[in-house]
Ligand binder design. Structure first.
Ligand SMILES: Nc1nc2c(ncn2[C@@H]2O[C@H](COP(=O)(O)OP(=O)(O)OP(=O)(O)O)[C@@H](O)[C@H]2O)c(=O)[nH]1
Ligand SMILES: [Mg+2]
Length: 128
């Protein structure tokens, strides 16, 4: 389960020419499934992952709907607690944030909500 938000309001795909590459940062708690989702998008298959220390980055071309033909550079950033202070440096100059939530992990839903709100309230991520 996840959600996206355009940093400049509205649907972030509408405002951009189809030739552009959109920079998207993927965030969420550790073990939320970010890297699994990234490699599923990139290689269309399930791959085993290890916890991300730092980030993974892949270029992906949208194949369906509004995303068709659009290139995305997706930054998948480690979600362990000690790594979360680094998230801000990844979101500062990005077109969108993809926040991944493990919907089965009910115990950490509140923690995920807090981290999402923290990022949304960060001055760098406010609508301009
Ligand atoms: N059952 C199930 N397991 C999943 C799913 N997505 C990921 N996993 C498993 O959850 C574990 C963590 O997945 P990752 O994709 O590495 O999680 P992550 O969000 O990248 O974690 P960090 O890199 O630590 O931030 C792995 O063992 C995955 O196989 C899913 O949709 N269903
Ligand atoms: Mg990961």
């Amino acid at each position: 389960m996840g959600t996206t938000m355009g940093k400049n309001g509205g649907h972030f795909l509408d405002a951009l020419p189809s030739q552009a590459t959109l920079h998207v940062v993927m965030l969420g708690l550790d073990s939320a499934g970010k890297t699994t989702a990234l490699y599923r998008l990139k290689f269309d298959q399930y791959l085993n992952t290890v916890p991300t220390i730092g980030f993974n980055c892949e270029k992906i071309q949208g194949t369906a709907g509004r995303a068709k033909g659009i290139h995305f550079l997706i930054w998948d950033v480690g979600g362990q607690e000690k790594l979360r202070p680094l998230w801000r440096s990844y979101t500062r100059c990005t077109d969108g944030i993809l926040f991944v939530v493990d919907s089965v992990d009910v115990e950490r839903m509140e923690e995920a909500k807090m981290e999402l709100l923290r990022m949304a309230k960060c001055p760098d991520n406010q609508r301009q």
